[in-house]
Design a protein around this ligand. Structure first.
Ligand code: SF4
Ligand code: SF4
Length: 89
């Protein structure tokens, strides 16, 4: 019997954004790491992606929300949601 892998989505969240790395899709190619203009993505220490290679971890304190990583990922493994902030009156 084939072993069933239980992939999850690694979600990071701040007041301003949600940053999802879909582990079933991430193959650990490192393109997002290479293309992030502020170099705030690293390989994750423990999360593993589709081929058992390291998945990713973004430092959202540094992230500028440019969405380059989301666009460059060949496997659609990153999904970013920018939250609409309510204006203070
Ligand atoms: S998120 Fe996409 S670009 Fe980044 S390592 Fe995974 S597969 Fe590659
Ligand atoms: S949104 Fe831009 S700054 Fe943030 S992790 Fe992705 S590439 Fe880097």
């Amino acid at each position: 019997m084939m072993e069933k892998k239980d992939f999850k989505t690694y979600r990071q969240e701040t007041k301003e954004m949600i940053y999802d790395n879909h582990l079933a899709l991430c193959k650990g190619c490192g393109l997002c790491i290479e293309y992030c203009p502020v170099k705030c993505i690293k390989f994750h220490e423990t999360n593993r992606g589709h081929f058992g290679s390291p998945a990713i971890n973004a430092d959202l304190d540094i992230c500028t929300k440019c969405r380059m990583c989301e666009r460059i990922c060949p496997d659609g493994a990153i999904h970013i949601k920018i939250k609409e902030l309510k204006e203070k009156k």
